[in-house]
Design a protein. Structure first.
Length: 115
């Protein structure tokens, strides 16, 4: 199964920049473990110092939807999402939260890649 590269964006509330950076400097171990168990590798989040957060990661598993369902089922991950969603604004129409609705982070189309 080839590695799948995924990129996403979401908007950060200007009043939450310091808090968002602080919580990501101390990500809960249960969240980090679930990310690993769900076959996510090389996960990074970048901030453009305006309002956009850009995330990129590699998915190395063979059941993305199943792994994302496992991620969503973890109570500690859901607690983390509730914390961080409160600092963000989703660009997805009708977005409710990371745990519910049509999605929270907007997935971007890859238009170029070279290794």
């Amino acid at each position: 199964m080839p590695t799948r590269r995924i990129a996403q964006i979401v908007h950060l509330n200007p009043s939450a920049v310091a808090a968002y950076k602080e919580c990501h400097a101390n990500v809960w171990p249960e969240v980090l473990q679930q990310i690993k168990e769900c076959n996510i590798r090389d996960y990074s989040i970048f901030f453009d110092n305006d309002r956009t957060l850009f995330a990129t990661f590699k998915y190395v598993g063979d059941d993305f939807d199943g792994d994302m369902a496992k991620m969503k089922a973890n109570p500690k991950v859901r607690e983390w999402w509730a914390l961080t969603d409160g600092m963000q604004e989703s660009p997805i129409p009708g977005a409710v939260s990371s745990a519910e609705g049509p999605g929270w982070w907007k997935v971007l189309d890859e238009v170029f890649y070279t290794d």
